[in-house]
Design a protein around this ligand. Structure first.
Ligand code: PMV
Length: 351
């Protein structure tokens, strides 16, 4: 952080503050889909935090100028994003009383290709929340590392629900559940000592099946759960799925993990198809890849499986347990052809 000028009256800082932060993306294993007011999730979720897919953000805060926000993504001005951030800052003023007392220039870039369809809202709001907590240190004083992270997670949630999970490494839980300390208001790290080693060295290769804007945004998708006749059952199921998930994670049951994670992904998309109006975010390539994965698993018994976000891209999951070279060769030879431009982002889980 650089402080260019302190002209303070009664120690009040009226200079420009520049802070920079970076935050990774995450991929949910038990999915959050459906929410109540104030970004309260309808069910708990658990995700893996990624390592390479990140957003890097620099925030310049010109103290005492009229409130305004200007944003740049990869060097290009993004007016729509600035409007979203303005609204977000107004919404969180009650938690950061200084936030509207100046002008912001926010520059962000993603380490993954723009328009790849990889959700940048989780890493994006995660990075913004971390920047805000650095500024908060200047205006409100230093909190413990733990408190500061928790508040960043709380603030990120108010920007984009799943973003609150990106503040922590490893497996991360958001939403009141049987996981100790879990809350609807912020995410917590899943206890490391309760995770079998096999789940700590995992790959996530994202096949970019369809690059570009999706036809239905997450916000609209969450909203459609309000009238979905299967919603209550789904919320209950997600909650119930924490019981087998906890056992699977503890005893290293890879087969059980595969079954549960794929079921969660397909349920998310089934909910979209059962919405009114219905929508489908999977593309032909998504289905072709899923069928090829199932065939491959049947023939080889190797642990390659998938999860899906709210989009067409396929997240290919596989552990580094000795079989990864064969799996990688299969992906290159058989699955890459279903992407739009041979697009694949090779990531690993961050522990
Ligand atoms: O955080 P949002 O509002 O973009 O919703 C994300 C929802 C899913 O990515 C589909 C699931 C999840 O838990 O991340």
């Amino acid at each position: 952080m650089t402080t260019q000028e302190f002209l303070g009256k009664e120690n009040f800082i009226i200079s420009t503050q520049t802070v920079s932060e970076s935050c990774p993306s995450n991929i949910a294993l038990i999915k959050y889909w459906g929410k109540y007011d104030n970004q309260i999730p309808a069910n708990p979720s658990i995700s893996y935090t990624l390592n390479h897919c990140k957003t890097n953000t620099t925030m310049e805060f010109f103290v005492n100028e009229p409130f305004s926000v200007q944003t740049f993504l990869g060097g290009n001005e993004e007016v729509k994003f600035a409007e979203k951030i303005e609204k977000y800052f107004k919404n969180i003023e009650q938690y950061l009383p200084w936030i509207l007392k100046g002008k912001y220039i926010i520059k962000t870039e993603n380490t993954f290709p723009h328009s790849s369809g990889i959700a940048s809202s989780a890493s994006g709001f995660g990075a913004i929340a971390k920047c805000l907590m650095k500024l908060d240190e200047v205006f409100s004083g230093k909190e413990s590392e733990e408190e500061s992270l928790r508040k960043a997670s709380f603030l990120a949630r108010l920007g984009s629900g799943s973003a609150c999970r990106s503040l922590y490494n490893g497996l991360v839980v958001w939403g009141e559940s049987q996981v100790k300390g879990s809350s609807d208001l912020f995410a917590v790290q899943y206890p490391n000592e309760e995770i079998h080693e096999i789940f700590k060295d995992f790959n996530d290769w994202v096949l970019l099946i369809h690059e570009g804007q999706k036809s239905v945004s997450s916000t609209v998708g969450h909203g459609l759960m309000k009238t979905n006749p299967y919603a209550e059952r789904r919320f209950l199921e997600a909650r119930e799925n924490f019981t087998p998930m906890k056992e699977i994670l503890a005893n290293g049951d890879l087969e059980g993990f595969i079954k549960l994670v794929e079921h969660e992904a397909l349920t998310l998309h089934a909910m979209m198809m059962m919405s009114e109006p219905a929508f489908i975010l999977m593309k032909t390539g998504t289905l072709e890849v899923i069928n090829k994965i199932w065939d491959f698993r049947k023939k080889t018994r190797l642990p390659l499986f998938f999860t899906l976000d709210a989009g067409a891209n396929v997240h290919l999951l596989f552990p580094n347990n000795g079989s990864e070279d064969k799996i990688k060769s299969f992906i290159e030879a058989e699955l890459l052809q279903h992407t739009q431009n041979n697009g694949v982002v090779k990531d690993v889980m961050r522990f």
